[in-house]
Design a protein around this ligand. Structure first.
Ligand code: ATP
Ligand code: MG
Length: 374
């Protein structure tokens, strides 16, 4: 647990990136035992941004947070905070705080004492400490429990105290390493909303780590999807979800259909993807590909719709139907490739198809992503 030294560089908040990670690498061990946990990572995180690192276990998320916090030194590259180099500063000199997965609260101290701890370490005036602690208690809605010890409050309440303690010194940047993973689903959902509110109200830059894609999509301004020590894709939740660039990003986040196709540029210059046996779907652009080139397409199940088969349109045979209350998933087979279509069950009178039916399917060109590593 580190309580940051808040209040530095505040004047630069609006103009400079809060955190710049510049070509950072981190190797653990040496020689044949060397392991590259981060490989040439660059990213600029804006002030007041809710920024999320998302990726599978071992991809380097915690390592990147630890480098920003100062618990590790990069093997190569640089890290700046509000424009100033920080790699040579010890953790306590950085206006950065961390909330760890295990909240590391002091069990026998009261909620109030826990929140005051960092401010006391900084020898802030007593009146200021009291005022800030009251402010933080209100922020996390724990006023009524201020004098209980940590042993006397629930897991979710402890989570709120850990946040209040980290926020109290008003750091420029708050690092959160899977802070919600110990909570049950309902509490986790409540805390997601709560965290987002805290970030908006305080204006502090949040760098949040998770391997839960839904959590990342609902909370973040931007998401960096990581794999094997690299950032594979960086973008808004909408960009990451709707325009994945690689097979990994497409499949890591939500359900998706992957289809092999061939690019065909019509006489009118309009691109389409040929799926074999004369079936084709329109594309919004060629992504710089040439006529006849092989493509790997990614399409979300909810972007597809089914309807009666038409002569000219794309067709498929229904091989399975999964009813899920709010929607129905149709499994279509087309030329050896499978396609899953999510159909929202709007009314009971909507056309119902059966297994074995040949149906038509369609998708808007904008909802078809061409993957780079196809
Ligand atoms: N001190 C260390 N010495 C050697 N290897 C390490 C060290 N710390 C981390 N690693 C390795 O670096 C890689 C990245 O680890 P890191 O903790 O950053 O992963 P993560 O993305 O946070 O994963 P998780 O989701 O499981 O927490 C892992 O393969 C890990 O084993
Ligand atoms: Mg980790």
């Amino acid at each position: 647990m580190i309580i940051g030294n808040a209040g530095q560089g505040g004047g630069k908040r609006e103009t400079t990136a809060a955190v710049s990670v510049e070509r950072v690498s981190k190797e653990f061990g040496a020689g044949t035992y060397a392991f590259r946990a981060l490989d040439d990572v660059s990213v600029e995180i804006a002030s007041n941004e809710f920024f999320t690192l998302l990726g599978p276990s071992g991809c380097g998320k915690t390592t990147l947070l630890r480098l920003i916090a100062g618990f590790e030194t990069p093997t190569g590259g640089d890290i700046r905070l509000a424009g100033e180099r920080i790699v040579d500063l010890p953790p306590f000199r950085r206006p950065i705080n961390t909330v760890f997965q295990s909240y590391a609260l002091f069990p026998h101290m009261s909620v109030r004492q826990n929140i005051a701890f960092g401010l006391e370490m900084q020898r802030r005036p007593k009146a200021e400490i009291a005022r800030t602690v009251d402010e933080m208690l209100a922020l996390v809605k724990m006023e009524a429990m201020a004098d209980r010890t940590i042993n006397q409050i629930s897991g979710g309440q402890q989570q709120r105290v850990a946040l209040a303690r980290a926020l109290a010194p008003k750091p420029l940047v708050l690092l959160l390493d899977e802070p919600l993973s110990a909570l049950d689903l309902q509490l986790r959902k409540d805390m997601q909303v709560e965290l987002k509110r805290l970030q908006t109200e305080t204006g502090i830059t949040f760098i949040f780590v998770t391997h839960d894609q839904e959590e990342a999509l609902t909370m973040s301004d931007r998401i960096a999807v990581m794999k094997d020590g690299r950032i594979l894709q960086l973008g808004s939740p909408v960009e990451i979800y709707e325009r994945p660039q690689t097979r990994f990003v497409a499949s890591f986040i939500g359900e998706i259909n992957l289809l092999d196709a061939k690019l065909s540029i019509g006489r009118n210059g309009k691109p389409s993807a040929k799926l074999g046996q004369g079936q084709s779907i329109a594309l919004s652009d060629t992504d710089g590909r040439a006529d006849g080139e092989g493509l790997l397409l990614a399409i979300r199940p909810e972007s597809l719709s089914v309807g009666p088969a038409t002569k000219a349109g794309a067709k498929g045979k229904i091989t399975n139907i999964v009813y899920r209350g709010t929607d129905t998933i149709y499994h279509l087979l087309l030329d050896g490739q499978e396609l899953r279509v999510r159909h929202q069950n709007r009314s009971r009178t909507s056309k119902v198809f059966g297994i074995g039916d040949i149906v038509g399917w369609s998708v808007e060109p904008e909802s078809v992503a061409i993957l780079e590593d196809g």
